[in-house]
Design a protein around this ligand. Sequence first.
Ligand code: AMP
Length: 431
Amino acid sequence: MLIFEDIFFDYLTFRDFNFNEHLAEGIQSMGYQTPTPIQEMAIPLIMEGKDLIACAQTGTGKTASYLLPVLHKIAEANEGHKTTALILAPTRELAQQIDQQAEGLAYFTGLSSIAIYGGTDGIVYEQQRRGIQNKVDILIGTPGRLIAHLQSGVLKLDHIKYLVLDEADRMLDMGFLGDIMRIIRDVPHNRQTLLFSATMPAPIRKLAGSILKNPEQINLATSQPAEGINQQIYKVHNEQKTKLVIKLLKEGSYASTIIFANTKDEVKKLSRELKSAHVKSSAFHSDFEQTEREQILLDFKNRELPVIIGTDALSRGIDVEGIDLVINYDVPADPEDYIHRIGRTARAESTGTAITLVNERDNRKLKNIEQLIGRSVMEMPLPPEIGEAPEFKEHKSFKKRRNNNRNKFRNKKGSHKGGNKPAQAGDAENK
Ligand code: AMP
């Protein structure tokens, strides 16, 4: 329990958590000043030993909200050379990012971690195998690869005390439920379990019901983009999109930009077009080898590569500070994906811009997004050199419904007055 004796402090600092002193050094060296809202809520509960189900998106500081109390407990227990924490993550990129945060935070504690993920060559598999045998304190892994190491007999989970499921909704979307349950079978029953998910659909609640014990629940206002994101749209014809993107990139002062497109083919095409317009950029997709993908991300992180182009697979994983522009080359079909995409900018309370290009066909999807975020997105005028912006016609089903209502109203009016009223001026436009 946190006790506020000092009336002069009306907000929490990391010192209020009384973390292990070496961990506190790590927090300082990572440059974290004040806990984010999810950290304020989750850390005390996890310190108390509670199971937890937390609805929080990436970009809110959720990773540190479980890493910090878990690292604290392991550091204080000082049991030495046993793997006591297991973190399950959907993708290798997320597993690597969790590992990097764990390494940074635990730097002065002497605790160790390793990320275990698939899609690698034999050398990496062997490195992972040896890493597991060295009994790191924290194991972070994608379910498929963990199963492979469990089945080979190398991985034993007998000493796990802390089990974390990160981005549980994504893991279920990717079909990992069976693998998760198989892994949990090997984890001791007597453990603390923490489940983090960006959304809470019924299958997640069901999973939580079967693996958590009397969990506390935290619901961090979900599906809302960070305050610091300046969201804009441009209405465009398809053939205007690339021209506009090139103009925005060449004339804006953006150091780091991510462009999202809906398909891999579109990503490749746009990448070719940007290259021939001399915009320094790279595509990022599954056709690249793992090492190439890592190199692209590294160049992007190091600011050597200013523009990266990818599909939604990139929106969940990437954790790069200071991305100042996100461009949606097309509107994502799932409004939640819009939130994830634009959440790559304005992370941890900084600011950024998110620009979405909307053609007539995608206008419906934009309306769904606006409904989810509860407001309309600011429309920017198309620069004259890009050409004339399209006028969107009203969506058919909406128009049909509106006309039906008008007709009903007219019929009613007609029947009151005895019917057979001649057509009114303006009726023709409704046909
Ligand atoms: P996450 O939501 O866990 O993906 O974290 C988003 C980013 O915020 C990561 O780059 C973290 O290193 C960073 N971060 C986490 N907690 C804090 C904090 N309290 N202050 C500043 N940055 C933070």
